[in-house]
Design a protein around this ligand. Sequence first.
Ligand code: SF4
Length: 233
Amino acid sequence: MAAALFFPGCNLRCPWCQNRELVLAGQAGSLENAVSRVQGLVSLEDALAHIRKRLSVLGGVVISGGEPTLYRGLAPLIGEIKSLGLPVKLDTNGLTPLILEKLFANETTRPSYIALDLKLPPERYGELLPQKTVTIEKDAFNAGEALVRSALLIRESGIAREYRTLALPGDYLRPEELTALAPLVDGGPWYFRTFVPGNCLESAWDDLSAPGAEKAELLAEKARLLGKQGISR
Ligand code: SF4
């Protein structure tokens, strides 16, 4: 059994995202601001108190979002959770390689497991950026390049990992486009899940039909043909 912490804010705006409130809550600025202004969020102190109380039944903590690497206190938070004896799984969209590099450099802040989202071929990531991207990276922002760097860092870190891709409606992500994503994936499982409409970031996506389990399996099969461990869910 794991506890999951969902952080507000994201540096992408995937139109199919179903964490609408969470992503937009990030516009409130700091975590403290978001907690005081957005209904449903709890303070980190309360979340940690909840975890400490349930230590005897918890097997780990998932840190997710939104995009959790945008939270500036992430390194000490991972350290604190690990000091409680709990492994930490980090979910990331891979757009902050500098942050990942810093986390991996120190044993106390290294996640125990990573799930990297692979949404579209790297050259298409510009389609997912908010118009005015605010990034914590210093250099000029190139989302696709950042994703490739993160995938490499994750692979080199030796941390247990998985990859995740959503089967999207229509031709939005074609099986042949996995060829561009495959070099980012190593021997870890590559999970394919089907998009289901409802509460999407772009409301027009709520009118689209779910592609069905066969679309996820089609992508998984393509991944297997590319020599990867493709698994549909
Ligand atoms: S990266 Fe994840 S949280 Fe951010 S907009 Fe895309 S689906 Fe939503």
